[in-house]
Design a protein around this ligand. Structure first.
Ligand code: AGP
Length: 615
């Protein structure tokens, strides 16, 4: 939540435009306000306001900021509504120190009272504003800039990725990290950068240094030094991570929205993820085979990927896997985490604070535990707190609604499941090969679907009642698809939906059904199909408007439906576990076009941010 960026250079370049481009790339992290600061002739120049980046730029012209140093911020409000005063950068009383921050300073109320009693005055309701005032206080006490930042941070509890500049020292930016993501990179001898995420730096460098908790860096033009805050500011050496994402992958490339582009990138993301190293998959498989207890944890879309994945893995592993939403992990397992436990943690960003907290807590209370992470972001927090990680190959996902990362997460779990099937000899080699062949054919199935169905899905959306609520119903593994497909519609089109078990819906939700109530049934030809037929009839008998997702040669449920969306997937048993991947693009598109139909921006859903770094 919130994106920060910083640049310091000795080149003749327009830092305002560069910072603007960077926060546009970070806008998915928060988009209710934004701002920038530069230092010109030892004065801070600040431009900031509430609203979307482009609207603010039109008013304030960020490209008028000159000089050799700038910090920028795009905000997702936590403390204080999105107003100009609450927008970052925040400054101290002298107006010489400016800070941009991602995270939450939890003890800010107490610190603010202390600072007010010392004569400081505040302009915003934010937690962040205490930081420049604390630095000001430490400078007054005689510390130099670097020491003052460290002394200020010692007083702060909570999470931060922050970037600080000081008008009296215009040759450096100080950045520090605790629990919120922060990367730095440079063009040697020329320009240095910091940012919350890779897409903002990709066009300048592919070698990024990922700051760890309690690390600080001093950025000078084309030069970076790293320090360990907890070890008397000892200088440290860090190795850069090479990022091989395409620059184009972080651009819209002619698509109207990132969400649509990223849905279209699914076949490619899946093909790349199919190439995950066999050793990594086998390592995960063996850990699961040896475990006595297995939990899978995540949030939102990643949690629904867990639901699908646990279903597939259980079939071949023969052990129960308990899924627990990360925010409830500690509550549910306090006193119950036993030895020889494996936890699979899934997070596309690798930074979701509740997921990180769940695994960190688990490691603290039970030493005999293995954490296996699946994430899309190399070097993200989840990889640091896990014993082993698989990095999905979705490339940068900018749309706030997760789409291509979801399919790659489910695919990774399916690969682990098939590996387990092979290791445990649960399938004859010929059979196993057929499952693998089915898995490998998925990118093409999605490609064909996307090629032939855009218009029909647009039309379905146009004919749906604008203000309707929806049920997304399914049985078995497809409950994950129902929940994830429903979440997409909820997120981007602001429709109320209930993603539910079709069987269980009889125990309450069915009472809402009236003539014309739209119900989307996910109906692949698996073991649940026949019983689902009965459920479709029950809802149809009560006037439900039935929209079904079926395979090409479906006859029964499609006959009973008012609208049918057909997925070009063979109806053999070898696809039975993979429908969460092949069926989801249809629902993602439905949500996308529903958002457009409601004049909503699908890339920037109301009140959401892509990475949730607050509890
Ligand atoms: C997905 O569309 C949502 N934006 C959200 O539910 C998301 O999946 C959730 O916050 C988890 O994020 P993560 O995968 O980065 O941990």
């Amino acid at each position: 939540m919130c994106g920060i960026f910083g640049i310091i250079t000795n080149q003749d370049i327009n830092i305002g435009s560069i910072a603007l481009e960077a926060i546009r790339k970070l806008e998915y992290r928060g988009y209710d306000s934004c701002g920038m600061v530069s230092i010109e002739n030892t004065d801070l120049q600040i431009l900031k306001d509430s609203g979307k980046i482009d609207e603010i730029h039109e008013k304030l012209h960020f490209d008028t900021l000159n000089g050799s140093i700038a910090l920028a911020h795009t905000r997702w409000a936590t403390h204080g509504p999105p107003t100009k005063d609450n927008s970052h950068p925040h400054t101290d009383c002298t107006g010489e120190i400016a800070v941009v921050h991602n995270g939450i300073i939890e003890n800010f109320i107490e610190l603010k009272k202390e600072l007010i009693s010392k004569g400081h005055s505040f302009k915003s309701e934010t937690d962040t504003e205490i930081v420049p005032h604390l630095i000001e206080e430490k400078l007054k006490e005689g510390y130099d800039f670097k020491e003052a930042v460290v002394e200020a941070l010692k007083k702060c509890e909570g999470a931060y990725a922050l970037s600080v500049c000081y008008a009296k020292e215009p040759n450096s930016i100080i950045v520090a990290r605790k629990e919120s993501p922060l990367i730095v990179g440079m063009e040697e001898g020329k320009t240095s950068y910091c940012a919350s995420d890779i897409p903002a730096l990709l066009q300048y460098t592919r070698n990024c240094f990922i700051l760890e908790d309690n690390e600080m860096a001093i950025l000078k033009a084309g030069e970076i030094e790293f320090f360990d805050i907890e070890n008397s500011l000892k200088k440290i050496t860090k190795q850069p991570k090479h990022i091989n994402w395409d620059i184009d992958a972080a651009e819209k490339n002619g698509y109207e929205h990132f969400m649509l582009k990223e849905i279209f990138e699914e076949p490619d993301a899946l093909r790349k993820t199919l190439k995950t190293s066999d050793e990594e998959i086998e390592l995960f498989a063996r850990k699961l085979i040896k475990a006595d207890h297995i939990y899978i944890t995540a949030a939102g879309t990643s949690f629904y990927a867990s639901l699908a994945g646990k279903y597939i893995i259980t079939r071949f592993l023969g052990k129960y896997i308990q899924e627990i939403e990360c925010s409830e992990f500690q509550n549910k397992l306090t006193g119950a985490l036993e030895k020889n436990t494996v936890i699979i943690a899934i997070s596309q960003s690798g930074e979701t604070v509740d997921t990180i907290e769940a695994i960190r807590w688990a490691k603290e209370v039970q030493k005999d535990i293995t954490i296996l992470a699946i994430t899309n972001i190399i070097g993200s927090s989840i990889t640091r707190y896990s014993d082993h990680s698989i990095i999905t190959r979705a490339g940068p996902e900018i749309g706030v609604a997760a789409t291509k990362t979801y399919v790659t997460q489910v695919l990774s779990l399916a690969l682990i499941a098939l590996k387990i099937a092979g290791l445990r000899k649960k399938l004859a080699p010929v059979e196993l090969d057929k499952y693998y062949d089915a898995l490998k054919s998925i990118p093409e199935i999605i490609e064909i679907f996307l090629k032939n169905n855009l218009e029909s899905i647009k039309e379905i959306v146009q004919n749906l009642e604008k203000n309707a609520n929806y049920f997304f119903l399914a049985r078995g593994i497809s409950i994950a698809t129902a929940k994830e497909g429903g979440l997409k519609l909820k997120e981007v089109a602001c429709r109320f939906i209930e993603g539910y078990s079709a069987a269980h819906a009889k125990h309450g939700p069915i009472s809402l059904v009236r003539e014309g109530f739209p119900i989307i049934f996910i109906a692949p030809p698996d073991k649940s199909y026949e019983r689902l037929v009965g459920n479709v009839m029950e809802f149809k008998a009560r006037g439900g408007h039935i929209i079904s997702l079926v395979v090409d040669n479906d006859e029964t449920i499609s006959e009973m439906s008012d609208i049918t969306i057909r997925i070009p997937q063979p109806s053999t048993k070898y696809y039975q576990y993979f429908s969460p991947i092949t069926f989801i693009p249809a629902l993602q598109l439905l949500a996308y076009y529903a958002a457009l139909d409601h004049n909503l921006d699908p890339d920037k859903p109301l009140n959401l941010a892509k990475t949730v770094t607050v509890h």
